[in-house]
Design a protein around this ligand. Structure first.
Ligand code: GLA
Length: 381
């Protein structure tokens, strides 16, 4: 090669290295400068579950309003908070929440009308003096509860979680509860009918955890099929999405989204987080590991960069799946605004956790850039 040719080819290499670098810098800028709600716009709503008293929490407003388009109140619309005793309505916090959201251009997810767990339903629902409430009485109480909440916020709530967590984790179809004992599947059918009658324009969701995993997924399919055969107005299934690092069931999630589309319902990812401290053993072998786990707090002083990187990669993989199926997915909501507010700092034992896209100061973590790249179809950082 002549000297001139060698110099020229060196120049070409140099120029392409430099322009490659500047492209990468540009991509990184776009990832950190954009916002989730903008990047998600053409795919689905990006939501978040937040503290009921959001209006008083000025420190949260900038992050919330810049990044998210939908909000779910963590607790104030749950049956136990709204109607702790029969006819004793407690809607002040829910009213404040909906007012704040409406004024600030955020859409609201109502959560939830029925929580099909005895521990989460005020006991009075299921009692009639000394005896268990009859099916008729229970359904009548449920109708009044649903009608009151849905009517009050008609036009201001975009989606309702109608029934939460009714599928059994073991061998049964439905979880054993006052609801399933009195009515079988019928309470689910009725809950959707009552909600639809109170607001025919709201998107109605059945919400659960682990319902993408084999076993529970078959029950989820059975439920949706049975409801649609009965012409029940169910519009979407919520996958809560409380995942653990290195155990995110990517294929099961994708298969479930496809199954739901085939059944004619939408999917929402309703409570997404990726726990960096695996917790599965908590429930294993009759609680044998609980003592040991309750002392486990490995990331008290901060989460190591390699763990944050793995978490970021796994979030990216999830959002690639969500983007591929954006025709079926109506919303992806995180559960809590930033790491410092995550329920996983306390559940199932106390530890310093790092499951979300923003750190305790509200600054974006590597997972944020990874999700932004997945949404923007850019190479992963
Ligand atoms: C479930 C419920 C939520 C919330 C989380 C934990 O997933 O649906 O309302 O209670 O648990 O905070």
């Amino acid at each position: 090669m002549s000297t001139i040719a060698r110099t020229l080819s060196l120049c070409v290499v140099w120029v392409s290295v430099v322009s490659g670098l500047s492209l990468r810098v540009q991509a990184a800028d776009q990832q950190t400068q954009g916002t989730l709600r903008e990047a998600g716009k053409s795919f689905f709503e990006i939501g978040v579950g937040i503290n009921d008293r959001i209006a008083d929490r000025a420190a949260d407003h900038r992050l919330l309003l810049s990044q998210f388009s939908m909000v779910t109140p963590e607790n104030c619309m749950k049956p136990a908070q709204v109607q702790p005793a029969e006819g004793k309505w407690n809607l002040a916090h829910a009213d404040g929440f909906v007012d704040f959201a409406t004024k600030n251009g955020l859409k609201v997810v109502g959560h939830c009308l029925v929580w099909a767990k005895d521990g989460r339903t005020p006991a009075w629902f299921h009692r009639d003096g000394e005896k268990p409430a009859s099916r008729e009485l229970l359904l009548d109480r449920m109708r009044r509860h649903i009608q009151t909440k849905v009517t009050r916020y008609r036009g201001r709530i975009a989606m309702w979680d109608v029934v939460n967590e009714a599928l059994d984790d073991g061998g049964e179809y439905l979880r054993d509860s006052g609801w399933s004992r009195a009515c079988g599947e019928e309470f689910i059918v009725k809950a959707f009918e009552y909600a639809h009658a109170a607001d025919p324009n709201v998107l109605l969701i059945y919400n659960d955890y682990n319902n993408e995993l084999p076993g529970k997924r078959e029950k989820q399919i059975r439920l949706v099929r049975s409801l649609t055969e009965k012409k029940t107005p169910i519009h979407a299934v919520g996958l809560q999405g409380h995942y653990e690092i290195d155990r995110v069931p990517f294929k099961d999630i994708e298969d479930t989204i496809v199954s739901m589309r085939q059944l004619g319902v939408k999917v929402v990812i309703s409570e997404l987080d990726i726990d960096v401290i695996p917790r599965g053993k908590w429930w294993a072998e009759g609680g044998k590991y609980r003592e040991e786990l309750s002392r486990l707090d490995p990331y008290r002083e901060g989460c190591p960069p390699e763990v944050l990187k793995r978490q970021a990669d796994q979030y990216a993989q999830l959002f690639q799946i969500f983007r591929r199926h954006s025709d079926t997915i109506a919303r992806v909501s995180f559960w809590n605004l930033h790491d410092g507010q995550s329920w996983l700092n306390d559940f199932p034992w106390k530890r310093v956790n790092h499951p979300l896209l923003f750190d305790r100061q509200g600054n974006p973590k590597p997972a944020f850039a990874a999700v932004m790249s997945a949404l923007n179809q850019l190479p992963q950082p």
